[in-house]
Design a protein around this ligand. Sequence first.
Ligand code: FAD
Length: 392
Amino acid sequence: KLPPVDGDFYNMALKLTPEERELQMKMRNFMEEEVKPIANDFWNRAEFPHHIIPKFAKLGLAGIAYKGYGCPGQSFLMEGILAMELARVDVSISTFFGVHSGLAMGSIYLCGSEEQKQEWLPKMQKFEKIGAFGLTEPDVGSGVAGGMGTTCRREGDEWIINGQKKWIGNATFSDITVIWARDEETDRVKGFIVRKENPGFLAEKMEDKMALRTVQNALITLTNCRVPESDRLQKADSFKDTAKVLQMTRAGVAWQAVGCARGAYEAALTYTKKREQFGRPIASFQLIQNHLVEMVSNLTAMQTMCFRLSEMQDAGQLKDEHASLAKVFCSMRTRDVVSRAREVMGGNGILLEHDVARFVADAEAIYSYEGTKEINSLIVGRAITGFSAFVS
Ligand code: FAD
């Protein structure tokens, strides 16, 4: 009898309470039953499976770590575990969930007034309203903190926003998008809850992506877009506030990388045990085992790192550099894991039906979004050397 396939080699799940383990399995079963059977098809057609949104609502797991406002009030560790479970089956769906529950709800949770939190978070927790997060622009990505081109200016009780945002996940169908813009008067970055019906808001689907094809990314154009002062995030007054949101969600992206690697490793291990060449399962060959061991060692290092990262987050000890280090390390190692998973499957590794090709493509998006490898490395570099290598 062959040992079971399980990417949790050090049994980190033992560190979870029975209640946390139950939530993990709830998400895993949902992803296996509802998403896995449709994942390749929707990815291939670059369409989003809207029918799963009410099913997500029933799970009740959005905003898992937030306290109050109808949210479960669990831990950031639990949020990470869920990100891993989502990405283990489908990184696109994990990104949909992460943008809504992490970036959009997180912006309101961290930067919204009491009234804004009361208004939006309970509805978003139930997926009655879907959120997006608009920071990156066509001409500025990594350097957005100092180079943001989107502007806002106050006119009476309203703000007028002008500019463009690129890559904005969920924004083709979201009810609200958190838009970050530079105040023309003070030069400070402010955040706005922009409703899809706001005049001057246009979101167009970006086509022809080679990764995360199921995620609907939008190019947003804001043309004299009018937003009431009551929809300005009342506790966001500079890019430092935006960065607080990113610190929180970057930890989630590191966990997402773990999930992507885990899905690919488990699919590859299963395959190599069944596939025979030269009259024997290919898993019995030394060179194949070497690939599998490289994969599981990377995966185990990533998982243990992310556990500690989340513990620090739950203890209120997380700093930017901690989240950045995990994001850099895990997204690099994931690239290595998925490419080995593809390699041990031979030609079948590039066919969607064998459940590894999608991970290979999607790992590229994880590698670049929420801060590229270089930018997150520079954040860590600045922390450990005391010198900032950022150029303005
Ligand atoms: P650039 O900033 O142009 O960088 C190009 C290259 O130059 C990179 O390798 C970068 O590391 C390097 N570089 C830049 N500056 C330096 C430096 N000082 N030193 C060394 N190297 C440097 N954004 C949102 O706001 N909302 C979203 O929902 C969202 N979703 C996304 C989904 C996907 C699939 C993707 C691909 C992106 C998404 N993004 C989103 C944008 C993402 O965060 C940016 O792509 C990312 O920040 C990098 O910006 P850029 O693509 O403009 O690259």
